[in-house]
Ligand binder design. Structure first.
Ligand code: GRG
Length: 296
């Protein structure tokens, strides 16, 4: 399959839906809407929504059915980037090739833009209820799982552990826990959401969730490698920040070559898990392979 064309088509689908969910309607609080819009449309890869759509497809579901959840996941991801870039956290100036939200607007507006995106995500999910008439329990399960993945049991908890680990020597196991929560939880939730709302059987949902977990870890290893080897223009952010902040990373703990090898092995294991799903899971397999060669 032509992965580049697939990703471009899916990205366009997600972007159109996001535009619909976040129109730039003028009003007294327009500044915060503008800041939300600024960060949401700064050109991200849309990996989480695309994973969600591809997982629905892998179980024979209709991707259009899962679009609201896919958009909610992208909003949560964008909120996390806005808050992660704040002076109190990573204090970054560049994100998605543009000044970070707090640089473009101001710190208070960036905090509110993140809050606005997180809240809006759950409103969109709840608003999708009429599409799931007779299957409301499924939608509730998804709202619960995304809440858990984004909150203190997932991404927020991982971010806390990451901040606590700064400048301290940590073990490989601790590093894996941080990344499983900070980045892996939302990526895994994206795949699981697609599988559930796409109408997958429990066995299919279990397979896809296990794939999501392997994918999440592989993503983080390749993210750490990009920070060492990547190019600022291609990445849209400043490389080398992990070392400057003395952050524990896979290359720092294992070395670059071993990290690359481990990423290869993990995603291969993930792809093998998808065997029972047959050809319908090909986009997911391709997205998995793409992790090893991505430049941004
Ligand atoms: C502030 C609650 C809170 C959490 C922040 C996800 C996260 C936790 C911080 C982001 C910092 C970071 C660079 C983590 C590494 C992995 C990651 C999430 C990279 C960015 O995701 P991509 O590559 O970005 O999918 P795009 O811009 O393409 O959407």
């Amino acid at each position: 399959m032509d992965l580049k064309a697939y990703l471009a088509e899916r990205r366009a689908l997600v972007n159109r839906a996001l535009e619909g969910y976040l129109p730039r309607v003028r009003g007294p609080a327009f500044r915060v809407v503008e800041a939300m819009h600024y960060s949401l449309f700064a050109g991200g890869k849309r990996l989480r929504p695309i994973l969600c759509l591809a997982a629905a497809e892998a179980v024979g579901g209709d991707p259009a059915e899962v679009l609201p959840a896919a958009c909610a996941l992208e909003m949560i991801h964008t909120y996390s980037l806005i808050h992660d870039d704040l002076p109190a956290m990573d204090d970054d100036d560049l994100r998605r090739g543009r000044p970070t939200c707090h640089k473009q607007f101001d710190e208070a507006t960036a905090i509110l833009a993140g809050d606005g995106l997180l809240t809006e995500a759950f409103r969109i999910l709840a608003d999708a209820a009429p599409r799931f008439e007779g299957r409301e329990a499924l939608l509730l399960e998804v709202i619960q799982l995304i809440g858990a993945a984004a909150g203190y049991q997932g991404m927020v908890g991982g971010q806390m552990l990451d901040l606590l680990a700064e400048g301290r020597q940590i073990t490989f196991k601790e590093l894996e826990t941080i990344h499983r929560l900070k980045t892996g939880a939302l990526l895994t939730a994206s795949v699981r959401t697609g599988a559930l709302l796409g109408g997958g059987t429990r066995a299919e949902v279990t397979i896809l969730t296990a794939f999501g977990e392997k994918f999440g870890l592989t993503f983080q290893i390749t993210d750490d490698l990009l920070d060492v080897e990547g190019d600022a223009a291609e990445m849209g952010k400043t490389p080398g920040m992990d070392a400057r902040r003395r952050k524990a990373t896979y290359p720092a703990l294992l070395g670059q070559e071993k990290s690359r090898e481990w990423a290869r092995q993990l995603i291969q294991e993930g792809i093998e898990l998808l065997a029972p799903l047959g050809a319908k899971a090909e986009p997911l397999r391709e997205i998995g392979r793409y992790l090893l060669s991505r430049r941004s």
